[in-house]
Write a protein that binds this ligand. Sequence first.
Ligand SMILES: Cc1ncc(COP(=O)(O)O)c(C=O)c1O
Length: 373
Amino acid sequence: MKIPRFEMERWQSEWEHQVRFNLGESGVFPLCLSELVPAEERNALFETELAYLQTDGTSGLKESIARIYPGAAPGNILVTTGSIEANFQLLWHLVEPGDRVLFMRPNFLQMQGLTEAFGAHCIPFYLREPDWTLDLDEVNSFCEQGVKLIVVTDPNNPVGSVLSLEQRKGLEDLAARTGAWLVVDEVYLGAELDGNTLPSWWGAYPRTIVTCGLSKAYGLPGLRVGWIVASPEIIQACWEGKDYTSISISALSDKLAVRALQPEKREALLARTRDIIRTNWDTFRAWMDGLDGLLTCVPPRAGAIAFPRYHLDINSTLLTQRLMERKSVLLCPGDQFGLDGYVRFGLGDPNARFGQALEEAAEGLRLIRDELA
Ligand SMILES: Cc1ncc(COP(=O)(O)O)c(C=O)c1O
């Protein structure tokens, strides 16, 4: 088995600590440990035994996660090292050579790379402008030859869109008709700009499997805590895979994750995220208006990201490379999400440097426009 290079992750790993302005980040600015643990409770944390934990997740953490999903019990939860491991374990278990896997695009391409590595066929179906909706007839036409999995990221990375409840139902009906698994990455759920938290996809269709984690909507990427919500059979099978990869999450992360998921704390973390992205989206929109039509963007509904189309005659990877060379500003090219002609901006930084980064980006984009003229 040969795993294709995960271009977006590699791009970020190589450059995010080298550039002066990082607008390539996909999550909200992370919290400090001190914001999660009040001073009077810190000593107790120092007594944490740095042991291996129950490897599918401690009962306390599984209960905290199960509480988020109506009808779920701890037996429906597998705790993983980030949602990236949740996606990995799931596809490792479900995908076999020759399977047909329908894959939403644009998207975070981890599950596409894994599908290909496991010898299956990845068939893209597209969210399309003007409002990033699906053509269910198109998806249906791909189902006719059979399909094992339908893979969705909702809210979507990179476009920040949310499928309507009708489109959701449409996909569930298609999955039901073909008996496909519906795999939904919900790592951005809870980061809705308008404050109306969407319901999880969990529970409406028996073969829906949800992956999620604390990295994006909760602002805690460094905890490396994710999870799968699925039937107990799927959970057991994925747990066996985990014996080969990460065994258990860290003991400190377990304690901190339980704390983050206490109902009041959870609400406060999600509210913090929404505040940051609402403010930054307003800044971003005003900034874009000053660019003489260089960028146009469907407003994101959720997530700490915006995915504008640029009106320049250049490939997105070349554009972002030039911007980095000229201005030391990091963006992610649309190519890395399976859709050229766009670039992804991170909206998660609450500090003044967000505005500075946008100013630098504007200068760089104008410069590149003049170079191309
Ligand atoms: C849609 C999506 N899923 C999963 C991940 C992995 O996140 P983590 O492992 O930090 O939870 C990312 C990271 O960018 C993502 O955008």
